[in-house]
Design a protein around this ligand. Structure first.
Ligand code: G6P
Length: 373
């Protein structure tokens, strides 16, 4: 087992460090000279299954659900198709209104999550075309799909999803760009801008990881400092919101610290009551069209004496006025920012859990793949 961990103390940290390679593989062959090459979609295109799509439902659980929430923001922006992202166990029992005009996207790294399979089977019975995003070749979901986007992330042993999250999100980006192009909402120039920015992400994630394993790392000391607290809140807006949800999920899954993610603007409508000087707040404050709004939400919280940790874009000196600790990530396009902002949050969760002596590879009560409804 030590050999399988490749010199790392745990699978989770090995897999966090594999993310640049996982991402390269997810993009491999699908971007060429600034153009998209999503050959997996050819069959659906030729069969006319995409022509009459009026809306999209993304069905997923856990971390894959968060990838699906990011997809909602970007597909709506790029393709101007309304998208609903719903947890599979809810979708299944809400008598969903689906038919041939509703594209269903199943996101499931294992391809075997029972709730997702049952929900998608039901959607198929109503005639909905299905695209599966999965890591496992020939998994059950692939048999229910008209097209499959494989992550090519390699096996993920740690129970919590890390590299498969990054790969799922990138596959959904490619799909979003494809739909945007197909609908005529994105020009070739815009596609080229996005694909170039996507191509830079593996190297940018590597920079975050290199910094974190250097003597100047600030994430592990911060995690140690926070490891005895009982609750931590996460906020974000736009694509920063699902990033906050995923940051909170990673922390609670492996460290057992209570963690919740909120849309930053919603905090003042209730959850702000939870904040005090023993409940820190992690704010996703990377550059975006809602950056100023996030900063004003941070100010509201600071007035309540809460310790603020910001995830911010390199070069943003102004954020120092509003946060006690900062995790910097490289600059990218707003839509792609979750792939960078998630990495320090994964490292933070990992180091908190290690400091608390938790079993990070196999957290209590969790299974890698839940094959019962
Ligand atoms: C389990 C795992 C989660 C995962 C979820 C969905 O609950 O513990 O980490 O996100 O299943 O898994 P899937 O394979 O469908 O992406």
């Amino acid at each position: 087992e030590a050999a399988e961990k490749g010199g790392y103390p745990h699978f989770v940290i090995k897999e966090i460090n594999e993310q640049p390679d996982a991402l390269r593989r997810a993009l491999l062959g699908r971007i060429h000279n600034g153009q998209l090459n999503l050959s997996e979609m050819e069959h659906m295109q030729k069969a006319g299954l995409l022509e009459n799509i009026q809306r999209i439902i993304v069905v997923a659980c856990g971390t894959s659900f968060h990838a699906g929430l990011i997809a909602k923001y970007v597909i709506e922006r790029w393709a101007r198709i309304p998208v609903e992202t719903i947890t599979a166990a809810e979708f299944r029992y809400c008598d969903p209104i689906v038919g041939p005009e509703t594209l269903c996207i199943a996101v499931t790294q294992s391809g075997e999550t029972a709730d997702t399979l049952v929900g998608i089977r039901q959607a198929r019975e109503h005639g909905a075309p299905v695209i599966a995003v999965t890591n496992v070749v020939s998994s059950a979901i692939t048999r229910l799909a008209d097209a499959v986007l494989y992550l090519q992330a390699g096996p993920e042993i740690g129970v919590v999803a890390t590299k498969t999250f990054v790969s799922s999100v990138s596959a959904l980006y490619l799909l979003g760009l494809y739909l945007g192009q197909q609908r005529g909402h994105l020009t070739a120039e815009q596609i080229s801008t996005y694909t170039q920015a996507l191509d830079m992400l593996p190297e940018q994630i590597q920079r975050i990881l290199d910094q974190a394993s250097s003597a100047n790392d600030s994430i592990e000391p911060l995690a140690k400092k926070m490891s005895q607290l009982s609750s931590i809140m996460f906020i974000g807006r736009g694509v920063g919101y699902p990033t906050a949800l995923e940051g909170a999920l990673k922390l609670k899954e492996i460290s057992y610290i209570h963690a919740e993610g909120f849309p930053a603007g919603e905090l003042k409508h209730g959850s702000i009551a939870l904040l005090d000087n023993l409940t820190p707040l992690v704010a996703i404050a990377t550059q975006s069209h809602v950056y100023e709004k996030v900063v004003s939400n941070m100010q509201e919280v600071r007035a309540r004496d809460a310790h603020i940790i910001a995830v911010a874009t390199e070069g943003d000196e102004g954020i120092k006025e509003h946060a006690d600790d900062i995790m910097y990530v490289p600059a990218t396009l707003e839509e792609l920012s979750p792939l960078l902002a998630s990495v320090p949050l994964q490292l933070f969760a990992y180091h908190v859990a290690v400091a608390r002596g938790c079993n990070v590879d196999q957290p209590r009560n969790l299974a890698k793949s839940v094959t019962v409804e």
